[in-house]
Design a protein around this ligand. Sequence first.
Ligand SMILES: C[S@@+](CC[C@H](N)C(=O)[O-])C[C@H]1O[C@@H](n2cnc3c(N)ncnc32)[C@H](O)[C@@H]1O
Length: 412
Amino acid sequence: MYSYINKQIKEHFEQVGVPVPTTSDEFWQLIEQKYGNEKTEELSDIISRRGNDQIVDIYPLLYSSLDISIDFLSPHAGLYVDYLDWFLEQDFTPTVRMLDAACGNGFLTCFYAKIFPESEVIGIDNSSYAIECANEMAQRLKLQNVSFICMDLTGPEFLSLTGQFDIITAVTAFREAIGDPEHDFSRPLEEMLNNYLRHIRVEPLNKLATLLRPDTGLFISLERWPNIYDYCWWACALRNAGLRVDFNRSKDVSFRNLGGDEDERLQRMPLLMAGAGKQTELREDPFNIISFWLNARHEDAFEYIGYMGLHGGMADAAFAHINPKTFLMGVRAVHREIASIWRIELWQVGPFLLVFDYKNSESDRSLRILPSVKLKEAKALLDSFTKNLEKYALITKYESSESQWDLAQPSV
Ligand SMILES: C[S@@+](CC[C@H](N)C(=O)[O-])C[C@H]1O[C@@H](n2cnc3c(N)ncnc32)[C@H](O)[C@@H]1O
């Protein structure tokens, strides 16, 4: 597993000593060899009870020794690798102070401390067992710039915390700390979303936003929100706390469970990067929020522009009836010799973009549907259309839809 991963990530896994079993059976054999039968049964029992949605506190056992806590990182190795890969690709401005909320045994916190050696990194967690493990991990790794505090994210101590941080991370943290949201499924998504945008307030998130350095501070959230409703609720909570999600820098982390073969469905978790900067227009937010999810969850379907294309009369009929839509831009190419007009237009319908193209000389029309976060790619499509035709056609770009049905023969 370590052969293809980034060197810094690989080194961290090796230094911490996260084992690399490839199957679930291998993992449990290893646990049994190391900790004996009784402990293994205890661990397996508590994990399966929790997997069955029972409310059990697994942490006193999971963090009962640093070694056990490290071994139990390995089933989630894929998640950490994909997340840290993304983290290393980010162009962070020099980071002076960093906070890792719900840091667990400090595995990620210590990684941040390593890659930002000049920074002060603080991890907080409400489990005193976790904090003991985290302190021991920092000692083992001989890190001087990391410290840990036992603190409840929902408690008065966190709410009265002061100071400023350049980056705050929360990896599988808040869902545990605040619990799952409840939704009124008698309403359609759009109504739910508008309701959340108006009303959702998550107190610890509001607090967290005040801890970010103004303008430049970043909050990174990686939570296992299993469906679009939970995810939308969370995105609205972030927005209402004054945290503006940058959907271009956010992504879905994807990974397979330990022992999962190639055919097993990828697990996915939205990784959102938010800043404390200026908010976007409220009216754009529902579209951006939904569009990010569509794009992330349906990347195969949207893999290349045109995958969801419709053609001919079907394209025409769909385009005519998908309403209301807003015209964004268009390009018209008038062929110099054969007096044919070819147009390609970009429209927005809520969280989708429509790319519609048609010629006055033939019945073939095509309509492609993309998530609206793909605006850059859609614009590039218009640019390549222009480039391909400019050798033998007169190109005009237009910014209002007035001329859309003007298919009269051009005067050339
Ligand atoms: C799944 S672990 C994730 C640990 C770490 N972020 C990681 O990814 O390795 C969730 C952590 O959240 C902590 N936690 C749960 N509720 C919390 C709360 N209210 N305040 C602070 N930490 C909390 C737990 O103790 C646990 O260490």
